[in-house]
Design a protein around this ligand. Structure first.
Ligand SMILES: NC(=O)C1=CN([C@@H]2O[C@H](COP(=O)(O)OP(=O)(O)OC[C@H]3O[C@@H](n4cnc5c(N)ncnc54)[C@H](OP(=O)(O)O)[C@@H]3O)[C@@H](O)[C@H]2O)C=CC1
Ligand SMILES: CC(=O)N[C@@H](CCC(=O)OP(=O)(O)O)C(=O)O
Length: 347
């Protein structure tokens, strides 16, 4: 039986990547596609690569247009999902790719986003290892609402959670993530003009100022079973997609590289979308483009007494649309991997 799916924000980068994946999902029938100001235009004007959907018209993003589908994906800017989801019955699975329902702590929401906390939904990072030897996946099976993570906390949380859960490192960690420009969406932003981005790499949100910091704190605290301090720095690089994360943390006691590797290999041995690379290989964004994989490598820096983890993802695939489809599969009781790309596009 086909699953009827609607996508709000279909003209955007996240919506476009989502549709690329849904087109080859064997159980999905693509229903309503909506946008904001671009409602009334054809999808092909925004995503010429999505040829089978090129002639589909974009509707207005309203609850009555999205209603009547089995699953509604919201690929909209923050602040739109609570009202829309409230108007969609409980019989509709809602998968939100924005930030509105990711944070469980109302005070954190107020500080980082402002306004009334729209409430937390099950957090859509199935592989996240949690204290007590459970996975976040257990909270996603059969869920009616899912909050898909931000692109940085996807790879960054998986890079540090096993070490924190196993007590290999102190509970204060440093995460630096280099991202491609598509992470910012397609709307016009002066600092993302070609002449500003080409030939330069620059940090932003420095000094704990990026709104993904509380998401890291939430995820890593859940892995460690105690509060974790996170210093996160995002870096913009002149590439369209991909995120390369370097995560470091002070070692607790004597830990060698082999021990660290075995903790990571064990944590992810059954995960279809997390690959701990062979010793001596280092993740690169190019190896993850278009794929739903997270690629990781871990070692220790013995002189600095630090754990060092490198992680690569495609921000649009595993970092949003792939993660969203994976969550839909879990919510509906389908095979978790169905319709998801396991190979990237290279060179
Ligand atoms: N890009 C990424 O790597 C990631 C994005 N996300 C999240 O996914 C969501 C979408 O991001 P992204 O695709 O990058 O953003 P884009 O700016 O590329 O797309 C935004 C989409 O939302 C629509 N939209 C904008 N304003 C409104 C409105 N007022 N009412 C209805 N629809 C509206 C746009 O339509 P129109 O074309 O008409 O303006 C467009 O379809 C965001 O919440 C983002 O934070 C999460 C993880 C990673
Ligand atoms: C390059 C760039 O600008 N990236 C975005 C993160 C995109 C993301 O994950 O978004 P949400 O949390 O908004 O869903 C940023 O730093 O704001």
């Amino acid at each position: 039986m086909a699953i009827d799916v609607a996508v709000a924000g279909a003209s955007g980068y996240a919506g476009g990547e989502l549709l690329r994946l849904l087109l080859t999902h064997p159980d999905v029938r693509i229903g309503a596609l909506t946008a904001g100001g671009n409602a009334g235009s054809l999808l092909g004007e925004h995503h010429p690569h999505l040829v089978p959907l090129a002639d589909r018209s974009l509707g207005e993003t309203r609850a009555d247009v999205l209603a009547g589908h089995d699953v509604v994906f919201l690929a909209l800017p923050h602040g739109h999902s609570a009202e829309l989801a409230g108007s969609l019955g409980e019989g509709t699975v809602v998968i939100d790719m924005g930030a509105d329902h990711r944070l469980t702590d109302p005070a954190a929401w107020q500080r980082w986003y402002g306004g009334t906390h729209p409430g937390a939904w099950p957090y859509g990072l199935p592989e996240l290892p949690l204290a007590g030897d459970i996975r976040q996946r257990d909270r996603l099976r059969g869920a009616g609402r899912v909050a898909v993570p931000g692109c940085y906390p996807t790879g960054g949380s998986l890079a540090l959670a096993p070490a924190l859960r196993a007590g290999l490192v102190e509970r204060h960690v440093t995460v630096t993530s280099i991202t491609g420009t598509s992470g910012a969406g397609k709307s016009l932003k002066p600092h993302l003009l070609g002449s500003e981005v080409m030939g330069s790499t620059s940090a932003y949100g420095v000094g704990g100022a990026h709104r993904h910091t509380p998401e890291f704190v939430q995820n890593l605290g859940a892995a460690a079973g105690d509060a974790v301090g996170v210093s996160f720095t995002p870096v913009l690089a002149p590439m369209p997609r991909g995120i390369l994360t370097t995560a470091t943390a002070p070692l607790r006691g004597e830990v060698d590289a082999a021990t660290a590797r075995s903790v990571y290999e064990d944590a992810y041995k059954d995960e279809p979308f997390v690959r701990v690379l062979p010793e001596g290989s280092w993740p690169a964004t190019a190896a993850t483009l278009g794929s739903n994989h997270v690629q990781l490598q871990v070692t220790v820096d013995p002189d600095a007494r630090a754990l060092v983890v490198i992680g690569a993802i495609d921000n649009l695939t595993k970092g949003t649309a792939g993660g969203a489809v994976q969550c839909m599969n879990l919510a509906l009781g389908l095979e978790e991997t169905v319709g998801l790309p396991v190979a990237g596009v290279a060179p």
